[in-house]
Design a protein around this ligand. Structure first.
Ligand SMILES: [Zn+2]
Length: 131
């Protein structure tokens, strides 16, 4: 089977788990949108689909954090053969580790607290553009 070139970084190695202290420090640096995508998952929307031999390379885009997700899908069955992602500069936090267990709760709580402060600047801009 020939190797299909996929955009985006190579798969990450076995992830370590984030510590409470490391997550707390990182949450101070993340923007509200970065917090929302990490808490509630990305808002994927169809972006492009290109033929890739007998298969299709589907690109999805999250307008909130500007990440891309690529799926190479079987042109006959639709089964996903490969997945990869491409994050904007600074999105990935090297060395933080996987956010799971109590860390997910801490992230959810911090995102909720920020949400209480009002909509993101990006959302406000979109509302102004629509008006
Ligand atoms: Zn996102």
């Amino acid at each position: 089977m020939s190797e299909v070139k996929m955009p985006g970084p190579a798969r990450r190695k076995k992830a370590q788990v984030a510590t409470k202290e490391a997550l707390a420090a990182q949450m101070k640096r993340w923007t509200r949108d970065e917090m929302v995508c990490r808490t509630y998952q990305h808002r994927w929307d169809a972006y492009t689909v290109e033929p890739e031999g007998k298969n299709l390379l589907s690109t999805l885009f999250c307008a909130r954090c500007e990440s891309y997700k690529y799926e190479l899908i079987d042109g006959s069955s639709g089964h996903v053969l490969k997945r990869s992602r491409d994050y904007p500069p600074g999105y990935l936090t090297v060395g933080l580790g996987r956010i799971q267990g109590p860390r997910r709760d801490e992230l959810r709580l911090e995102t909720a607290k920020r949400f209480l402060k009002g909509p993101s600047k990006r959302h406000l801009n979109a509302v102004e553009d629509a008006g």
